[in-house]
Design a protein around this ligand. Structure first.
Ligand SMILES: C[S@@+](CC[C@H](N)C(=O)[O-])C[C@H]1O[C@@H](n2cnc3c(N)ncnc32)[C@H](O)[C@@H]1O
Length: 248
């Protein structure tokens, strides 16, 4: 890995983070929001507990409400360059809600890809063995390998960051939809799995999460990989304007 800066991490609400990025500045966006239906699973006591941190009274990670998908996807669409892809990891229930909202924002929806975790999770009926990755396109972009199937068999991560995804899952998506040196963004990065995959493949990574625990976790992983942190993207023009106004 080179010593050139190859990642940057920010701690903001995902939409505020995206609002701060310039138009058409991102080559690929891969993300895995804390979707609302997780609350339903939590309510029956089956899932996703964040270890309580010293500074927090909340033992879960906060949920991103479905009602905010409109503003989220509008910003994702704006920051992506022309002819790019957007991958949204989610459960099947959230897929039905997210798909039309992302189409409304301008994306072409191609299909749900299936992540088969190879073993069942907790639950009471038809216990979950798969999740979806929704495959969206802005403009037109060819996949790197047209021979890849739409089902990925990758074992789930046990005992990691809550709802941690295997970096191998993001690796497939990043290889398929970006070139070396591309800027890959994840506004809900959690443990930074997308960043791990991006750096391993010679891409740049700009990650964000509202939780400090996530930043600590992701930064440690990316530095261990030999990554080097610095500002990768200057703020959008309107944000620079606001900063100048504030400074008088
Ligand atoms: C499902 S986890 C992501 C897991 C990640 N893909 C991984 O492999 O570790 C969702 C993340 O969204 C974060 N989150 C929740 N609400 C957010 C918001 N409004 N803005 C940014 N991040 C948020 C949570 O702190 C959590 O880390």
């Amino acid at each position: 890995m080179t010593n050139a800066p190859n990642f940057e991490l920010r701690q903001q609400d995902a939409v505020a983070f995206l609002l701060g990025l310039p138009d058409e500045s991102v080559d690929l966006l891969v993300t895995d929001p804390a979707y609302e239906s997780l609350e339903k699973h939590r309510a029956v006591g089956t899932t996703t507990r964040l270890k309580q941190s010293d500074g927090s009274s909340n033992p879960w990670f906060s949920v991103f409400p479905n009602a905010r998908f409109g503003e989220l996807f509008t910003e994702v669409y704006r920051v992506l360059k022309r002819d790019t892809h957007f991958y949204l990891m989610c459960d099947p229930e959230t897929a039905f809600i997210a798909k039309p909202i992302a189409e409304q924002a301008g994306f072409k929806f191609w299909k749900p890809l299936v992540w088969d975790k190879g073993s069942i999770g907790m639950g009471y009926h038809y216990r979950a063995r798969y999740e979806f990755v929704l495959f969206f396109e802005k403009g037109k972009r060819k996949l790197a390998d047209l021979g890849i199937a739409d089902v990925f068999n990758i074992p789930r991560i046990r005992g990691g960051y809550p709802a941690e995804k295997p970096a191998a899952l993001s690796e497939i998506l990043i290889k398929q939809s970006s070139d070396e040196g591309a800027l890959v963004v994840d506004p809900f990065m959690g443990s930074g799995s997308t960043g791990v995959a991006a750096l391993g493949l010679g891409r740049l990574f700009l990650g964000n999460d509202v939780a400090g625990t996530s930043l600590e976790h992701a930064r440690r992983r990316l530095l261990e990989l030999g990554g080097s942190e610095a500002e990768l993207l200057a703020p959008a023009a309107h944000v620079r304007g606001q900063m100048q106004l504030a400074l008088g």
